[in-house]
Ligand binder design. Structure first.
Ligand code: THU
Length: 160
């Protein structure tokens, strides 16, 4: 038996003021998206903003449903829209922000497992990494240079 260690490197920014200008712009778009979330059941509002290599910015927010599993996360709403509207464009980066209506969300909120799997598909499709930035409503922002840092041992087309 041998042990395998898996390491990921993430970067932490103390506040929005520390972000490069172009990333701050995208995170502000994610906030705009979050404000349009439809989340009457969880009261947890999530916004995602995607920058494409053609300059387009695509937004998405979580869309809930009385039949709970029929709802969709913000990240997948945004990335499926990007994939369907701009199938040839590459995704440069995604900014994500999440906030609960019950209390101020100060912790950075990473994408859920299903969203990680979906974002990973687009890294495979475009054969290039996607930068991910995520935060709560206020406070620290975490950056990953690639989705793969957030999803080690990912399942992709190479096994099919
Ligand atoms: N949610 C997202 O939009 N993104 C995630 O990565 C995790 C969860 C949404 C789904 C649901 O509407 C609410 O947050 C609570 O789970």
């Amino acid at each position: 038996m041998k042990e395998i260690k898996i390491e990921s490197t993430l970067y932490v920014f103390e506040s929005l003021g520390e972000l490069p200008k172009e990333v701050l712009f995208l995170m502000e778009k994610a906030v705009e998206a979050r404000e349009k979330a439809y989340a009457p059941y969880s009261n947890f509002h999530v916004g995602a903003a995607i920058l494409l290599d053609n300059g387009e910015v695509v937004l998405g927010s979580n869309q809930e449903n009385a039949s709970y599993p029929s709802g969709l996360c913000a990240e997948r709403t945004a990335i499926f829209y990007a994939g369907s509207q701009f199938p040839k464009a590459k995704i440069v980066r995604m900014a994500i922000t999440a906030g609960s209506k019950k209390s101020k969300t100060t912790k950075p909120i990473p994408p859920c497992g299903a969203c990680r799997q979906s974002i990973a598909e687009y890294e495979t499709k475009q054969d290039a990494p996607i930068e991910i930035y995520f935060m709560g409503e206020i406070g620290k922002i975490v950056k990953s240079n690639s989705l793969s840092n957030l999803l080690p041992l990912g399942f992709d087309k190479s096994v099919l």
